[in-house]
Write a protein that binds this ligand. Structure first.
Ligand code: ZN
Length: 278
């Protein structure tokens, strides 16, 4: 296959791969909108549980107050009955009974007030729990509706993905598997640009000045050449600047090989397959 045809295929493939990566990311991101709704649901459920716990406490307190009220009532009634009976008391006995009647009546009043307060609180809580239950149910329904539309969106994206993969297969026919693998990785790492031109001896992907022997090699177009700095595949493009042939092919000025140490990705070494010693 001619190099120009390989480059054309790679450029086409680049568009498809970039699109595929974008769609894959979208598929990953779509379900994230549910996270917020799930958080709200968790908070609502927590509120519901807390209200229920409080309700149980108030219910127990109402029970206690009813018992205490009953005891105070009985005690007051007993004292009243004794005082109203035909028995005769001395002063001391009368005072004891009368004090018991008054004290019991005071307690009775206090318990009754407290009981009324707690009963109102209990009714409020029961109402709040009902409301809380409605909110939880509503939220669950919202989530289920959202989940359905999310599933639909994801499956649409997955269909797109299948189509892209088919086109990818088609365009990749005849290209070396090793090259395809590297190209896929370059595109993923280099935000969608895997094949760039070399212009005036500069890589248009990373804007580094390339050793002249590189530019030379790229221009010859006899093999696939990777940029030693950004690992992208290079193809030759006529410069706008008026570089002379001599400038371009000046192999004396081969650029600093020390720059190669600046490679940031460990895999870049493996991708660069140029013999610098040439
Ligand atoms: Zn580069």
């Amino acid at each position: 296959m001619a190099m120009s045809e390989i480059f054309d295929k790679l450029r086409g493939l680049q568009d498809i791969l970039s699109e595929r990566i974008k769609v894959e990311k979208e598929i990953e991101d779509i379900p994230r909108v549910l996270d917020n709704l799930e958080d709200v649901l968790a908070r609502l459920k927590k509120g519901f549980i807390e209200k229920n716990q409080e309700c149980e406490k108030v219910r127990a307190s109402v029970g206690d107050l009813r018992n205490q009220l009953f005891e105070a009532e009985s005690s007051r009634e007993k004292a009243e009955r004794s005082l109203g009976s035909s028995e005769s008391f001395n002063m001391r006995e009368y005072e004891i009974l009368d004090r018991e009647r008054r004290e019991s009546a005071d307690k009775e009043l206090r318990f009754r007030k407290e009981l009324q307060k707690e009963e109102r609180r209990l009714l409020d809580l029961i109402e709040e729990i009902k409301h809380s239950t409605d909110l939880v149910e509503q939220q669950k329904q919202d989530i289920s509706v959202r989940r359905q539309s999310i599933d639909e969106a994801v499956s649409t994206k997955q269909e797109q993905l299948v189509q892209l993969e088919e086109r990818e297969q088609e365009i990749s026919t005849g290209l070396d598997n090793d090259l395809l693998f590297k190209f896929d990785r370059i595109i993923r790492h280099k935000m969608g640009k895997g094949i760039v031109s070399i212009k005036g001896g500069v890589c248009t992907g990373c804007h580094m000045i390339l050793p002249a022997q590189f530019a030379n090699q790229v221009r010859k177009g006899e093999e696939i050449v990777f940029c030693p700095y950004c690992s992208r595949i290079l193809y030759y493009e006529e410069s706008d600047q008026n570089l002379t042939e001599v400038d371009y092919f000046d192999t004396e000025d081969a650029g600093s090989l020390a720059d190669l140490d600046d490679l940031d990705d460990d895999e870049e070494d493996e991708i660069v397959n140029i013999d610098y010693e040439e």
